[in-house]
Design a protein around this ligand. Sequence first.
Ligand code: SAM
Length: 668
Amino acid sequence: MCPPKTTLPIDSRFDVEFADSMARYETYNKHHYRPNTYLHKWWGRRCGSTFRLILKGLVEEPAQQSYYAPGGLEGKVILDPMMGGGTTLHEAIRLGASVIGVDVDPIPVLQARATLTDRSLPALKTGFAHFFEGLSESVSACFRTHCPVCDEQVPLWYALYGLRRRCACGDVLVVDSLIIRHEPDGTVLRWCERCGEICTDTSHICHGVGPRLVEKGQDRCEVCGERLQDEPDTPFYRRYEMLAVAGHCAEHGLFHKSPDGRDLDSVRGANERRAELSLRVEEFCVVPGDKSIQLLNRGIDNYLDLFSSRQLIYLSEAARLLPDDDPVLRLNLALLVSTALEFNSMLCGFKGVKKRRAGAVRHTFSHHGYSFPYTALENNPVYPRRASGTLQKLFHSRIVRGLTWAREPLERVVPDAQARFVPITGELDMGTEVRSAESLFPSVRNFFLIQGSSVQLPVPTAGIDAVVTDPPYFDSIQYGDLSAFFRVWLRRFLPDAADWDYAQKSAAVNSERDTMADHYVELMTAIFRECRRVLKPDSGRLIFTFHHWQPRAWAALSIALYDAGFVLLNRYVVHAENPMSVHISKMRALTHDAILILAARERVHETRWKSDISPFDPESYRFTHRCATMLGWILDQPGLSPSEIEKFWNSSLHGDEFSGTLDGPLAD
Ligand SMILES: C[S@@+](CC[C@H](N)C(=O)[O-])C[C@H]1O[C@@H](n2cnc3c(N)ncnc32)[C@H](O)[C@@H]1O
């Protein structure tokens, strides 16, 4: 290979083994490893440790090249044109770089602003305490219950509901499992299927009065034999009936009980107040999209219907009580209430059955789409304890812990089996926001955030040291469509903070329902061209991660890079996904990312990638490695047409023999 005039460490070396071992820990619990990057829900986040290693590959000063050495990118400018959850920005700022972050969707921009801006922890704590107190005063009366032993009134922790279905016999309630909980003393708490009462195996005398219960999977009534029918015309939140209430009594501890009249009255009372709430229904309409179609297919055409009336009362009060006098505080609290939506809707499930249970709430987006629980969990967002999905819990884990960590970032020491973390003294995971690319200089850790499409950037030509990003993986995640679940509320909490009506079609995400890849190719080509324009000619690198099973995804990516005039200098394949993650477990998912190192074609006189003719191999690492090699080979070929590129991929990834020789110039 005739390397570009300026070579960088990452052009020829990357510690894959180290990256893998770090990623295997981090993918297990990313929040834990990068708490300051996870204020708000976003999808498809990459490992912070992997991107730190990538950025360390741009460090020229040998003394600062080690993963555990602080800094190394002072004076450099790193651009992430598709920043999403902001992994690149956080990692680059820690290394002293100034950064530009772009995203079409407002949530990534607001989150990056909130988490990269230095803010006073005491002021945040005081502000949150005041906000929480006001909320508790105005809504906690809706979330109360009574201890089944002493009848003491206590805060409701959560309520469990069964999904109502009908047959000729009448209503039945469907639940995930008749078992509610394995108690520490070995008893099993369950629902009686004949009357719905909560009982333990030994304690119940059934009077046969009350709702019949069946477990999911039983689609027909055992009595009349009819198929159990859903109620698509009933508003979603009313399709469920309360079957259990959980709370904690200071004297008698944690309890799960069947709802009493007062518990049911509290729901009825809230339902009566629902229509009076100052929520403009038209602002919450579901706009059809690849994932929101799942809602519309179930007769859900308004996001308000996904919340119980108590949850809506809380949200409407939260919007009223957000502080007006402190924009930083308002931004942080608005994002907190928004991200808490994922744990406080009637789309939440119950994961408290298992003996080993990490928190009760199965959050709304445990999959990259909508799933509809049988046993729905109505959480109490103002529950005074740090329980799963409550404001107290999220404030401490997402804001307090995030900000504390940002002041002294920690890194895990591998290969120590024992989880040992060391501070990277001198690094700060925050910076100063500037309003233009020109204002990024001369100091370090400045950040410039842009909401918009990266097909055109307000950034001078040839001024960027590296573009480090992670584009949408073709059609894998429908970001804009999914984030509407949050945007409809955030636009209410922060009306002037963003362009809430941005054009969805400006997102470089291919629709799952679209057989053609044109949309993705067109936008990715324009984005890559813009990257080439802004990159420094010789030393500029375009670096991003990618994986996909489908040949048309790789073909679309190749065509875009080819047209934008990039060649592949090198590629590394690293672990990227925890195979046990709910959204991919039991699916034949790829768990590796290819890290692609590219430079402008005219700057690289020759690379000699050779096509990889090895037989089709579905093993994640080898498959991804082969695709990245193929990409290198294709970008080397002169005068290829898009259809020829598609043909190469279609023939290659379907295992058909493919002519050519076999070795990479950098074959490892
Ligand atoms: C895979 S995500 C990035 C995730 C990020 N690397 C992380 O670790 O959190 C890709 C992002 O590209 C954004 N995007 C899609 N089309 C875009 C465009 N035309 N301009 C800017 N951003 C775009 C999406 O909204 C999404 O947030």
